[in-house]
Ligand binder design. Sequence first.
Ligand code: 3PG
Ligand code: MG
Length: 425
Amino acid sequence: MGTSKLDTTRRATGDFLRLEHVSLMGRRVFIRADFNVPLTPDGRVADDTRIRATLPGIRQCLDAGATVMVTSHLGRPKEGALGAEDSLAPVAECLSQLLGRTVPLVRDWIDGDFPMRAGELVLLENCRGNPGEKADDPVLAARIASWIDVYVNEAFGTAHRKECTLHALALTAPVACAGPLLAAELDALGRALAQPARPLVAVVGGSKVSTKLTILESLADQVDALVVGGGIANTFLAARGLSVGTSLHEPDLLDSAREIELRLAARGARLWLPEDVVVADRFSADAQVEVRSACDVQPEQMILDIGPRAQAGLGEVLANAGTIVWNGPVGVFELAPFAAGTKALAAAVAASPAYSIAGGGDTLAAIAAFRVGKRIDYISTGGGAFLEFLEGRELPAVGALRARTRAAGPRAVPVPAYEHEAQPG
Ligand code: 3PG
Ligand code: MG
């Protein structure tokens, strides 16, 4: 039977216990979520996407008769010294509103010494405040594991971190499984990337090559076209010997950029760079703006967006794609004079018949700003985790869930029929 597609999907996404496989009635269920959400200056949740994405898993546990505790990190606080600004209080407030029930916030919870009624839902304060969290401390994990029945990882956005409530606790808890959000993210991304419909086009924008170097290198070995935008594109333009004026770029990464372009060319794949650009005399919404050929940027000018010819060219590349993976803007879209490129990109991704996947904070903001969310096939809650998944790295939190299943033996997980098929090779 020709099952290579299913087999590859299985390799990418299977092999861990899922929430629906676990009996929850009367159990104390500990959910590690990713509620690392932006806050307004007055301390309210500015974007509740990640919180809403976690509601189905929470409801599933409550409906099944579990007593539910949810925790998350917020920001990068100092362990043992949580300040008011690190508190999950705004998240508790938001959760209470979304669920229509009061969700109490519990401060000191490592040893489970807090009152809880059966069937209740509580939020456990910022887990990154616990000493040992960041170091993935097994002793901290054992303390938490001693009073919970089921551990659920629902934190796809943080699955690339090897921290206690993501990794050591998953190895130690009596039962450890993936929640529906984590499982859906892994399924959707794994399915799209295991055997992508071709051409596979990746759009990687943003300010710096340095923060995305490994993903660019790995994409260079996978994609049919690599579209770069923002400061990243400037570095690639400079690597081709073009002047980028005062634009943000990284002169010490020109060799890396050339190497990536060569890697693509060696596979017959294409590096897409803008043929024209929007330049300004300074980084400001009221700067003097003009469109220039990318070969003709003046020494005192900075590139802040792609030009109209580039927009049209990019539209064509995306219209002909089979699969699109999008992370990062192609211009400074927060400022009106430099928003057109990213707006055109968002519209082209939305209009393309390709299967489209988007992820990352800036990308989600662009999708919201240009209202194309409904026409993108899959929007990931992950930023860094999304990129590391694209690189093909095993996410530590997922690795821990898989390790549990391997240790328990092949029959521990009731899985769909196709997952029992032999693996190739
Ligand atoms: C994110 O928002 O990218 C995740 O929640 C991970 O947060 P971190 O980068 O602080 O680990
Ligand atoms: Mg981050």
